[in-house]
Each structure stands twice: as C-alpha cells, then as structure tokens.
Design a protein around this ligand. Structure first.
Ligand code: ADA
Length: 561
C-alpha cells in the first residue's frame, strides 16, 4: 500500500508488488553484458517491496543488483512509479533504457510510451554502492545501507490525457476559519488538442470548473478560490480535506489539512499557539524488514510513540514512507523531514555532485510531501561541517530551493558544532545534536553549553532564536541492568534521559527535544565507532520494539511537560 487513500479513481492502477526475479551483480558486469536484454539463467525470487539484505545469504550485500518481471498493459502508454529504492536506479522496458535517477527515498515516476497492448518486460538495476565523496548518504553513516526496491511499485495505464501533478498552496486565517487556495495543475495531452473542463472537488463537492484547451504539457493556474468555515488541522484535531482534480478520463486526489506554522518571538507556533515539541528520532528500520517497514509496524510504531507522550517525530535521516506520513496526518502528530545528508566533511561538501544531488533531493521531497499537514519543519542536513564557507553556500542554496517551492514551513538543520557554526542565520530554528556525558564530558556540561550557545547566538545577532535539542541520548543494551549503572546499561540510559529532559524543560529558550532514538538500529559497515552488535543501541525500545527502562521514564516526563 502506497497511500492511505486512493490517488486515482478513474486511472487504471496495477500493483507490481509481489515476486520479482533477482540477481546480484557483484562484479558489475550486467550493463556490459546487456542483462537488460537477456538475464543470466541463475537468479532467485525476491519480494517487492523488501530489502535484499533481509533475504538469506545477502545480509551484507551492497552493490548493483537486477530485478525483472513482466507486466501487462492494454494502454499504449504507462506511468511506472517506484516509491522507494536505494542509490542509483536504471529502468529498462522491453530491453530499452527508460529512465535513471540517483537517490530513491522519494521514488521515481517514468512515462513509457508507444507500447503495444499486451505483455512487456521490465528490468530494473538498483545500485546501493556508496562512497565518501558525493553519494547522499555517504558510505560512512550511522544506519545500514539496505538495498533494493524497498517501497511499492505501481503501473498506471494512461489515456489521452494525464494529470501529472497538482499543488495546493493556501493562506489560512485560522481565527476566521477561511482559506484562500492557490492551485496549480500540470496536465498533458498525448493526442491532438483537447478541449475539456478541469473540475476541482473538495470532499466530494464541486469547488470550480476551469475550461481548458490542452496541447502537450501545460501548467494550469486555477483562479484563486476561497473556502469558509474550514475545520483547522491541529494536533488534537487532525481535520483533513480531500481534493480531487478531474479532466476527461483522468483524475488525481490530494489530501491536506489547513494549519499555520510559524516562528515568532522565539516560539514555534501552530495556529498561533506555542508548541512544545516532545519527540523521538525514528529510523525506518527493523531486523526483518530493513527500510521496508510493513504497514502494521508503521502503525504500531506510531501507537508506541503516542503512548510515549510524543507530539512529534523526526524522520531521521531521510524522507519516510508516504503511508507513515499519512498516518501522522491522521493522528495529528508533527513531523520533521530531511534528506539523507549526514556527516559531510568539507571535501565532500565541496564536490559539485553533492550540491546537485542535494538540490534534487530537496526539491523531490518538497514536491512529494508539500500537502502533509503533519510536516512542520524541513531539515536541510544533519551534522555536516557547518564551520565552512562551502557549507554556508550549500545550506543557502538548499534553503533557497525549498523556499522557492514552499514558504509555509520553517527551516532548520541539526548541527553538532553549534558554537563554531557559521550557517545558523540561514534557518529559522537552531537544532542541536550533542552527547555530553556519552561521547564527551559529563551530562552536567549541558547547562554550561546552553549558556554558551545563547551567548554565541547573541554575538551572531540571533538572540531569541528558538532552540531544539534535536539529538541527545545514551546507548543501552536491552536487558542489561546493574546496581552500578555503568555505560551501556538500561539504568545509565534512564538516568541520562531523565536528567537531560528535565534540564531542557526548564530552559525557556528550548522549544523541544527529540530523544536519540526511538528504536535500536543496524549501522553501516563503514562506521568505525565500535558499536556493540554493530547496532546503534540508543533506542528506548530495542529493534523488536520491546521497551527499555528509559521508555517509561521518558513517558513519565513527556506526559508531565
Ligand atoms: C549523531 C547522528 C545520529 C547518530 C548519533 C549517535 O548525532 O546524527 O544519526 O549517529 O549521532 O548515536 O552517535
């Protein structure tokens, strides 16, 4: 399942999930040997969506791999949608290269034309090879580079006209409960000129009708519309509206909620009211599924997170499954979304491909997810070397690209060098990752650090900027408890989180915190931090979602604050 509502009611959509044929290509010979025309005899069956590292014998495999299956289409043109894959993708239809892209957390759509009605051959090469120069993420990160087609695949049969995209931007007066809508729809006609009305409906009722003459691809600006008596989306009131755009034989549905997010006088405001963020960082990871978390587990994760007393999740460190975002919209839980740009040192920041890939990823993230009311923050990157002019230029370029698409959400990034950071003025909220008492110093150093940070903000002319503690935590091996409470025990983690959460709650400039992290996760082979089990063990539930002691302490505090 790729969304929690039907995106199309007229368009013929087939799921291509299920068994595909699969080959690893460790020597990377497939392209030269033209496997897209003729695949080797040996192979195996894998399930899509899934990560190949969760199949027997492939636990550690990173590199190129090939997938193949057939599909049937009555239409001469189809839109193929791959909702999530790792690294580089190349798609071949009937032996011809159809598309390629680097970066798969927001998926890819491929228009294929001139098909003969009937059976076709689909071959996909996915390559999750990472380096430490310009892949996003780099090879050295603190999660595992699961490979594969890890989200669903769809085939959409297109007729003579195609609604490619619809964007709804709005201005909400949340006290008057009125909304002004500015909508843009991208349509494409494949045949000769088409004269039809574009019809827009909201919750099943007609909103407007725009007569169109469609030739080729065009962007339609719909005259501004107003809605009154709207039910505003809020944490306790996740009111959602379904928009339907229909043109001739095609339609597209988008769901959104109306709410205002902003930063004023050092606070994050949701519909004019200050919000205190009580959150966790969550990776999409499970020993059995890798990134390909099934719907049941997404829901259970969210149930656990709500039980913890959270009102927000940070999608560390990449765009999450659209269904998880739909669930957040429905539950009224806030979300911080970011691209997988983690720990870039100066040389990697300066690589021209880094900027190019980062910009594309930001644009794809905003375009895919702009309608989710749950998303309240765009995160530009995580722990890159923000002491440098290169980082400043890159951060500025990212911020500008996002603002060119969406001005309705504040921007932030997570810095681990806040006192030397030269990029803080580029964002609306300062977010800090620090591990005093774990990697450096003692937990008591937090207080002095916060004083120093405010002084640094004052010197930079940024006094009063809201501060989020975006990461803090301690590793604990599930089940390990002693009287002495040394590092790696549940007792140590519990004390650590109790101390830090109380300190942050007492600080008027800190508007919230995201515990590192929700669950234990597998880490990358290249990470050289000596992690027990090769896992990041800072979860407050383990990788099977069993609660550690700290879970109950965080629950007590989050429920109290
Ligand atoms: C960093 C990073 C996280 C994780 C964490 C840790 O702040 O952003 O992804 O690696 O440290 O556990 O050390």
């Amino acid at each position: 399942m790729n969304r929690l509502f039907a995106r199309h009611t007229k368009r013929q959509v087939q799921s291509l999930d299920g068994f595909w044929h699969f080959w690893t290509d460790p020597d990377d010979v497939g392209v030269d040997e033209q496997w897209f025309r003729q695949l080797p005899a040996e192979g195996r069956r894998v399930l899509v969506p899934s990560c190949w590292n969760n199949d027997l014998g492939l636990y550690d495999y990173e590199g190129p791999a090939w997938y193949a299956r057939t599909f049937h289409s009555e239409s001469e043109r189809v839109n193929l949608v791959f909702h999530g894959f790792s690294g580089q993708i190349d798609i071949y239809v009937d032996g011809m290269h159809a598309a390629s892209q680097y970066g798969g957390f927001t998926g890819i759509e491929v228009l294929v034309e001139n098909l003969k009605p009937g059976e076709h051959h689909l071959v996909v090469r996915v390559d999750n090879t990472h380096n430490n120069s310009n892949t996003i993420p780099l090879a050295r990160v603190d999660w595992f580079h699961y490979g594969g087609l890890f989200r669903g695949v769809e085939l959409q049969e297109l007729r003579d006209v195609w609604i490619k995209d619809a964007t709804i931007r709005y201005t909400l007066d949340h006290t008057e409960r009125t909304v002004q809508l500015d909508m843009q729809v991208v349509v494409q006609s494949f045949g000769s000129e088409l004269q039809k009305d574009l019809v827009v409906e909201v919750n099943g009722e007609s909103l407007c009708r725009v007569p169109l003459t469609v030739r080729g691809e065009m962007t339609v600006e719909i005259p501004r519309q107003t809605l009154s008596q709207v039910d505003v989306w809020d944490c306790g009131h996740p009111n959602l509206y379904m928009f339907r755009f229909a043109l001739a034989e095609d339609d597209l549905q988008e769901r959104l909620g109306f709410r205002n997010v902003g930063v004023e006088r050092g606070r994050l405001l949701l519909n004019g009211q200050p919000v205190n963020l009580k959150g966790v960082n969550r990776h999409e990871d499970h020993p059995e599924w890798g990134f390909a978390i099934p719907l049941h587990l997404m829901k259970k994760d969210l149930d656990i997170i709500k039980m913890l007393g959270c009102n927000t999740v940070r999608g560390s460190h990449y765009p999450n499954h659209p269904v998880f975002l739909d669930l957040l919209d429905e539950e009224g839980i806030l979300f911080w979304e970011e691209i997988p740009m983690w720990g870039f040192p100066e040389p990697a920041l300066a690589d021209p491909l880094t900027l190019q890939r980062g910009l594309r990823m930001h644009e794809a993230m905003v375009r895919r997810d702009i309608h989710h009311p749950a998303i309240i923050l765009w995160g530009l990157h995580n722990e890159v070397d923000t002491r440098t002019q290169t980082a400043f230029d890159l951060t500025q370029a990212f911020a500008e690209r996002i603002k060119s698409l969406d001005t309705s959400r504040p921007l932030t990034y997570a810095t681990n060098r806040p006192l030397d950071d030269i990029c803080l003025s580029l964002v609306d909220i300062i977010s800090v990752n620090k591990y005093f008492g774990w990697y450096e110093g003692s937990k008591e150093d937090w207080a002095e650090f916060l004083t120093d940070l405010k002084e640094k903000l004052r010197q930079d002319g940024l006094t009063g900027m809201p501060i989020i503690i975006s990461e803090f935590g301690a590793g604990a091996i599930y089940g390990d408890s002693t009287f002495e409470a040394p590092k790696w025990t549940e007792d140590f983690q519990t004390d650590y989180l109790a101390y830090t959460l109380a300190l942050f709650a007492d600080d008027a400039d800190v508007i919230g915190s995201y515990v590192w992290q929700y669950c234990d996760i597998r880490t990358a082979k290249e990470l050289d931090l000596g992690r027990p089990r090769s896992f990041n063990n800072k979860g407050i539930v383990n990788e099977y979602r069993k609660p550690k002691q700290a879970f109950w302490k965080v629950q007590e505090l989050y429920r109290r604050f």
